[in-house]
Design a binder for this molecule. Structure first.
Ligand SMILES: [Zn+2]
Length: 144
């Protein structure tokens, strides 16, 4: 099974469904925020603007290791405590592609296809700079 952006719900490789999130509603969200029909409209990561750069670096990091697809990245980010809906992540991936950090190709699986994102040369260069800045930030601000 695969999913295409905004296609609602379908199984992912790791089995996490959009609908499964309804049982765990994080603080600051209402049940409606997890309704697949309104995903992308109402659901929003807490402190989104503050943390979105970290999310993008996280995406770049994994795209540098192997091609990634949206739902895998959503699950991976959730593992790290970032709750992003497809309606938030997919536009972010598309923007990173437009900006030249990622390149995308469709992988066909039967009748459906899945978008796989890989890092570009510009992405690797950006990631290298970000790693330096991150180390610096951790040295200074990571002490708490
Ligand atoms: Zn990770």
């Amino acid at each position: 099974m695969t999913r295409t952006p905004r296609s609602g719900r379908s199984a992912s490789k790791t089995g996490l469904l959009v609908g499964q999130l309804t049982s765990r509603v994080p603080r600051g969200f209402t049940k409606a925020d997890n309704n697949p029909r309104v995903v992308g409209v109402a659901k929003r990561m807490e402190h989104h603007d503050l943390l979105s750069g970290l999310v993008r670096l996280h995406v770049l990091h994994h795209a540098a290791e192997e091609p990634i697809y949206g739902q895998w990245m959503i699950d991976e980010l959730a593992r790290h405590g970032y709750r992003l809906s497809p309606g938030t992540l997919y536009p972010m991936l598309a923007k990173m592609e437009r900006d030249g950090y990622l390149t995308c190709h469709a992988e066909r699986e039967g009748r459906t296809s899945r978008k796989l994102y890989s890092i570009t040369e510009k992405g690797r260069a950006g990631l290298a700079v970000a790693r330096m800045r991150l180390r610096e930030l951790v040295r200074e601000a990571g002490q708490g």
